[in-house]
Design a protein around this ligand. Structure first.
Ligand code: ADP
Ligand code: MG
Length: 382
């Protein structure tokens, strides 16, 4: 009998990998935004058309790529972020699978324009279904622009299952907000069909929360700041009266990356046990810093789930930290904490990272963001 096993050609392998990495336009947004952050950008623009179905563009002012790297970036398992398997456990950057661009290029039309500071000219590369169809030199600002057009053009079954524009835009906004909340020191904007729906100047975490979710949040947050051996916790939790009927404004970040964890949600909810009724959910924006070697972020292809080595300790610690902050706030409200220096660190944590600095003015908020939400919720049925 003749042999029947053969290797799949790269473009098919990439398409299969794409099935894991790219479920919808929002997945592309996530990967492109994370790459922009990894490139050390200070300003990132996301420009989408028709909820990403027609095009998704991310423009950053990061380090850019050399001509060779620009080509290499689209190869499968091409990454500048890890060299050996052990690196996986100490990795601090966002993406580390070296698969995102290869996968995206397998199922879309991609244009990359990139320039490093030391170069006079930028490289422009056009890819169609894993194949490079054009490479040339061009003029461009320092940094990188990646445009992904006609997502799933060659996977009609996938394209057919995309939801309405309203729903897909909601997913995109969610990814955008996660990244924007985790990086208040970076300027972000989001344009949809020519309208700027989010404009988020750099600022403190509190300013960022207020810019994204609206002015009322300026009065609703209590600072959390606790350091222990296994974890440092910082950020904000909502006061009891800010609790909502849905779980929408619950954000946990581990080492700057948004994660989902029912277990940790439960720990936080437990801290509110006696102060909010059982049908309400607290809001929170919490940042956990944990030694990367004690967590495994590679458990899920889209990397929002995570395994912790010391889960129970973490649970208790989180619960206690939040109870503590809520308690300090309640106490502070009674004795006018602004007069008492002992509490000032809770209102104004001068924490290790500079961007948690002073949650002072909230002038960064612009009307466009509120209009942005209206646009996002308009016609939203799912
Ligand atoms: P990964 O991010 O896991 O390394 P990707 O496929 O997302 O894999 O990207 C491949 C490589 O392309 C990255 O490691 C990085 O070197 C380069 N790259 C991608 N996007 C950018 C960007 N916006 N700026 C600079 N380099 C980038
Ligand atoms: Mg990446």
């Amino acid at each position: 009998m003749s042999d029947i096993i053969h290797l799949l050609p790269d473009h098919i392998a990439n398409q299969i990998a794409a099935g894991e990495v790219v479920q919808r336009p929002a997945s592309v947004v996530k990967e492109l935004l994370e790459n922009a952050l990894d490139a050390g950008s200070t300003s990132v623009r996301l420009i989408v058309k028709d909820a990403g179905k027609t095009s998704i563009q991310v423009i950053d002012d990061g380090i850019g790529m050399t001509e060779t790297d620009a080509r290499m970036a689209f190869e499968r398992h091409a990454t500048s972020k890890i060299r050996k398997a052990e690196d996986l456990f100490s990795i601090k950057t966002m993406g580390f699978r070296g698969e995102a661009l290869a996968s995206i290029a397998a199922i879309a039309h991609v244009e990359l324009i990139t320039r490093q500071a030391s170069e006079e000219l930028a490289t422009r590369l056009v890819m169609e279904g894993s194949v490079s169809v054009l490479q040339e030199k061009t003029q461009a600002f320092e940094g990188t622009s990646i445009t992904v057009k006609n997502l799933f053009y060659n996977v009609p079954a996938r394209r057919k299952f995309l939801k309405s524009d309203a729903v897909e835009l909601k997913h995109i906004t969610e990814e955008f907000n996660r990244v924007a909340l985790a990086n208040p020191q970076i300027h972000f904007s989001l344009f949809h069909n020519g309208n700027e729906i989010f404009h988020l100047p750099k600022g403190t975490l509190k300013q960022r929360v207020v810019s994204v979710f609206g002015k009322p949040y300026a009065e609703k947050l209590v600072a959390v700041q606790e350091n222990a051996e296994i974890v440092s916790i910082s950020g904000f939790v909502g006061k009891a009266d800010a609790a909502k009927k849905s779980q929408t404004e619950q954000y946990i970040f581990v080492n700057q990356r948004f994660i989902k964890s029912h277990y940790l949600n439960h720990a936080i909810r437990a801290a509110y046990e006696e102060i909010i009724s059982s049908d309400l959910y607290p809001v929170y924006f919490l940042f956990l810093e944990i030694d990367p070697s004690t967590i495994d972020v590679n458990v899920h292809p889209t990397k929002t789930e995570i395994k912790f080595e010391e889960e129970r300790l973490l649970y208790n610690y989180l619960k206690v930290a939040i109870k503590h902050s809520l308690g300090q706030y309640t106490l502070g409200a009674m004795i006018d904490f602004s007069q008492n220096p002992a509490f000032s660190s809770f209102i104004n944590p001068s924490s290790k990272s500079s961007f948690y600095g002073k949650p002072d003015s909230i002038s960064g908020h612009r009307q466009t963001n509120a209009e942005g939400w209206q646009q996002i919720y308009k016609g939203l049925t799912d």
